[in-house]
Write a protein that binds this ligand. Structure first.
Ligand code: AVI
Length: 329
């Protein structure tokens, strides 16, 4: 499996076509029309996303890598001895490897991902690079509660959720995710999370409207996927990529806008589009340190530390699970 295909963060590369069809038709019959962002990440979409992360305009990946490289030792000091580091939605090993190299006292690494082939391939690579580390992949949807195997459950736990994937959740979903993760990791556990921060509109705009057109291709790939997997007849030339910063909601919104009045057939159903009507395909929330701190506290976590780059484009948080939150659930 090429490294390019290992990057999906909210990945669902092989949904049952029945579930995919149900979600697609429900979204396209809704007003306004929507499609779930998790369906971006088939193998073509994952490859496009990997290329996006290397664009000069797309600052989040390189900025987070810079923060992790610069502060790996400090971050590693917060992780308990003999702990299991549990990565939610593991994708590629790159970011975990930075932490693991700085934390030889970590005994086990537990990547959790629904994308099984990628998960096991990456685990193999990691075992070669860290021969003293137990690498224990778990095939699971990290957005839902999952069980830890006994040899992991007995250890102290630390969590890892880089990439600002939390920004692709609605705030109430982010809260549910943080609460579920808190139950899995346990009271007193440390959770290392990457969060993209609010910044100048022009920088945000450029990151999601790259001149190379890769983000547009990534967005349109969801229609190509519906054509491939559900036999639909979207004409990709008749939809345009729109991405803009919605300041009120503090999020980048991605849409696909119909350039004309048109009808599309999907599994025997006809979906009509007005000229200019859009399909809302993704939100990418941008937090301030104040708003993310409030979200974390409201989800049962205290902010123990945070590291940012010089321009404060991105933050890496160390959260600590609060005991009172478990009682309040
Ligand atoms: C995966 N996720 C954090 C990316 C983001 O920036 O929200 C997905 C993406 N969408 C367009 N470009 C990248």
């Amino acid at each position: 499996m090429p490294a390019l295909a290992r990057v999906a963060r909210i990945s669902e590369p092989h949904p049952s076509s029945a579930a995919f069809a149900v979600d697609v038709l429900a979204g396209l019959k809704a007003e306004p029309k929507t499609l779930p962002a998790k369906y971006f990440y088939d193998s073509a979409g994952s490859r496009l996303f990997e290329r996006i992360t290397q664009l000069p305009e797309y600052y989040p990946t390189r900025t987070e890598l810079g923060i992790l490289n610069e502060h790996a030792v400090e971050i590693a000091q917060l992780l308990p001895a003999q702990a299991a580091l549990i990565e939610f939605g593991s994708g590629s090993n790159t970011k975990a490897s930075i932490l693991l190299a700085a934390a030889p006292h970590i005994a086990a690494y537990v990547p959790v991902d629904i994308s099984s082939e990628v998960l096991h391939q990456e685990a193999e690579d990691l075992r070669r690079n860290f021969p003293n580390l137990a690498v224990i992949p778990i095939d699971a949807d990290f957005c839902r509660p999952f069980e830890l195997p006994a040899d992991v459950a007995m250890r102290p736990h630390a969590g890892f959720f880089p990439g600002s994937t939390i920004g692709n959740f609605e705030p109430h979903e982010a809260c549910t995710f943080l609460r579920n993760a808190g139950r899995i990791l346990g009271d007193g556990a440390v959770f290392i999370i990457g969060v993209d921060l609010v910044k100048d509109r022009a920088i945000l705009h450029a990151a999601y409207n790259d001149p190379a057109g890769l983000t547009a291709k990534f967005n349109l790939n969801i229609l190509a996927r519906i054509n491939r997997e559900l036999g639909a007849n979207f004409n990709l030339k008749c939809f345009e990529h729109h991405a803009f910063f919605n300041r009120e909601r503090s999020r980048i919104e991605m849409h696909l806008a119909s350039i004309k009045r048109q009808k599309v057939k999907i599994r025997g159903e006809t979906i009509e589009f007005r000229p200019g009507e859009t399909i809302h395909t993704e939100n990418s929330y941008k937090y301030t340190t104040k708003s993310f701190g409030a979200l974390a506290r409201g989800s049962g976590w205290a902010v123990q530390a945070l590291w940012t780059d010089a321009e404060e484009f991105f933050a890496v948080y160390a959260l600590v699970r609060q005991a009172e939150a478990a009682d309040a659930d």
